[in-house]
Design a protein around this ligand. Structure first.
Ligand SMILES: *[C@@H]1O[C@H](CO)[C@@H](O)[C@H](O)[C@H]1NC(C)=O
Ligand SMILES: *[C@@H]1O[C@H](CO)[C@@H](O)[C@H](O)[C@H]1NC(C)=O
Ligand SMILES: *[C@@H]1O[C@H](CO)[C@@H](O)[C@H](O)[C@H]1NC(C)=O
Ligand SMILES: *[C@@H]1O[C@H](CO)[C@@H](O)[C@H](O)[C@H]1NC(C)=O
Ligand SMILES: *[C@@H]1O[C@H](CO)[C@@H](O)[C@H](O)[C@H]1NC(C)=O
Ligand SMILES: *[C@@H]1O[C@H](CO)[C@@H](O)[C@H](O)[C@H]1NC(C)=O
Ligand SMILES: *[C@@H]1O[C@H](CO)[C@@H](O)[C@H](O)[C@H]1NC(C)=O
Ligand SMILES: *[C@@H]1O[C@H](CO)[C@@H](O)[C@H](O)[C@H]1NC(C)=O
Ligand SMILES: *[C@@H]1O[C@H](CO)[C@@H](O)[C@H](O)[C@H]1NC(C)=O
Length: 331
């Protein structure tokens, strides 16, 4: 497939470029599809850090909204990537330019009770994303309440209810099929534009109200905001039914350039406009204000970089990098 394209004009330019990059040997490195600014760190452990994200001065997009600046703690094993600035501190485990997503980790909130229903201990994990580029993804996250009986919910900054669900137990000999469908675990959808998660759990006092809500109580119950993938892959009613310890879960964040409201507003200031590659297009954010950049159809790379590091720009180069053999043929 690679050779088919070699007769096109841009391909000639590429071959010249490649021979400059890799003078003496055919050992051309496989380029990452997205890159950092030149001179900037492009990985933390095995997580790649594409611009507009970056570590250190001049390496990230600095538009007044903290959040594109990251830090990497190499003393941890594996190295720990987190959002720097703005006091966010959230640990990140993935970043994607094409999907406009990042994955962060936070702990579930827990409440535990003794045999007579007295509160023993717990924790409440409040997560704020402030005015950063990040918002919780409504498509890829759910509010989940675990343990029973439990009414798990969360409120907005003004303290008003946003979303929640009710988890009730059934005697273990009467299990019903399905994971997290309301028995011992429930889930609910969340709205767009959400930058705050303040979890609450309503504890049903023992021996009060309808008996169906009190049978087969679990010692602890939890409420969490978590990626749908975790619910499908990592969660099982069996594994979480009698849990009593803390645990961390992945939550999917939608990021965008949010210092202006949309593409039309952004294009009015070309100095600030984030879509730098000539072969890129602007896409309005579908979760909250702002925009992101896409490489044009048929191009791949980093639309946020401009003539900085040619191999990372939106380009057709990926067609030529099928394998090192293809490149050797080209050279
Ligand atoms: C990165 O490393 C972590 C821990 O070492 C591992 O669980 C994960 O699968 C790795 N991810 C990729 C994309 O290689
Ligand atoms: C932007 O690119 C992504 C990933 O390639 C694609 O899923 C999405 O449809 C594109 N959006 C637009 C508006 O072209
Ligand atoms: C359960 O907790 C309550 C309140 O914390 C306490 O008063 C009670 O003595 C405890 N009961 C048992 C059996 O530990
Ligand atoms: C949870 O604990 C209860 C009480 O000890 C037990 O009856 C039940 O089988 C346990 N459930 C699972 C899934 O382990
Ligand atoms: C979060 O959960 C981990 C276990 O996954 C635990 O070691 C840690 O202490 C918890 N942190 C907080 C603040 O509760
Ligand atoms: C686009 O963004 C600008 C500035 O951020 C804002 O004034 C305008 O109302 C937005 N347009 C729409 C239709 O949302
Ligand atoms: C983005 O939104 C603005 C305001 O609603 C609209 O005028 C513009 O056409 C949209 N641009 C794209 C690329 O969707
Ligand atoms: C355009 O963006 C630049 C860089 O962010 C900023 O310094 C400048 O004030 C902006 N101009 C206008 C007219 O908003
Ligand atoms: C990509 O950019 C080049 C140079 O500006 C231009 O000639 C070409 O038409 C662009 N391709 C697309 C699909 O926009």
């Amino acid at each position: 497939m690679a050779t088919t394209y070699l007769f096109r004009a841009p391909a000639i330019a590429l071959v010249v470029l490649l021979s400059r990059l890799a003078p003496a040997s055919a050992q051309v490195p496989q380029p990452a599809p997205e890159g950092a600014r030149p001179g900037c760190r492009d990985r933390c452990g095995n997580i790649s850090i594409p611009y507009p994200f970056g570590i250190g001065a001049g390496c990230y997009r600095d538009d007044g909204l903290a959040g594109f600046e990251l830090r990497c703690d190499d003393t941890r094993s594996p190295p720990l990537l987190s959002i720097y600035g703005g006091g966010y501190n959230h640990q990140l485990t993935s970043l994607s330019l094409a999907a406009g997503e990042a994955t962060a980790y936070h702990n579930a909130s827990r409440q535990c009770f003794n045999d007579t229903g007295g509160f023993v201990n717990g924790n409440s994990v409040y997560t704020s994303l402030g005015t950063s580029p990040y918002l919780f993804s409504p498509a890829k996250n759910r509010l989940v309440a675990l343990g029973c009986p439990n009414l798990g919910y969360f409120v907005d900054g003004a303290g008003y209810y946003v979303s929640g669900c009710m988890s009730v137990c059934r005697p273990s000999q009467y299990t019903i099929p399905g994971e997290c469908t309301g028995v011992g675990c429930c889930q609910s959808e969340i709205p767009t534009g959400l930058n705050l998660f303040e979890p609450h759990q309503y504890n049903f006092p023992m021996g009060q109200g309808d008996e169906i809500f009190s049978a087969d109580r679990t010692a602890c119950h939890y409420v969490l905001l978590v990626g749908t993938e975790w619910i499908g892959l990592s969660y099982s009613n069996r594994a979480y039914a009698n849990r009593t310890s803390d645990f961390a879960v992945p939550v999917v964040l939608d990021w965008a350039v949010r210092n202006v409201g949309n593409c039309s507003a952004a294009k009015r200031n070309m100095t600030d406009y984030a879509c730098r590659s000539v072969n890129s297009t602007c896409v309005n954010s579908t979760n909250g204000a702002g925009y992101r950049c896409n490489c044009s159809e048929g191009y791949e790379g980093n639309p946020y970089l401009k003539l900085a590091r040619l191999i990372f720009l939106c380009s057709r180069f990926s067609y030529f990098f099928g394998s090192n053999d293809d490149i050797a043929t080209a050279l």
